[in-house]
Ligand binder design. Sequence first.
Ligand SMILES: [Zn+2]
Length: 79
Amino acid sequence: MTAVTLDDLARERKLLWLWCAGCGRERDVDPLSLGLAGDMPVPDVGKRISVRLVGGGRAVTSAPELHPGGVTQYRERIR
Ligand SMILES: [Zn+2]
């Protein structure tokens, strides 16, 4: 089984979830908004770049969205 890529997420209209182990910040972004190659495996994204969106830390985890619409929307729904 091959890893899910940024293009796969975009095709399925899913967001990319980013989480920083350093500061705990997280957010979901458009998978193609980071300017990375579309064929990049999703788990590699957090290893390749220091994501300013989650505080610029280097310990960033990247995965397909955990909830439809992203975790931020999910938290707001259950609040
Ligand atoms: Zn951070």
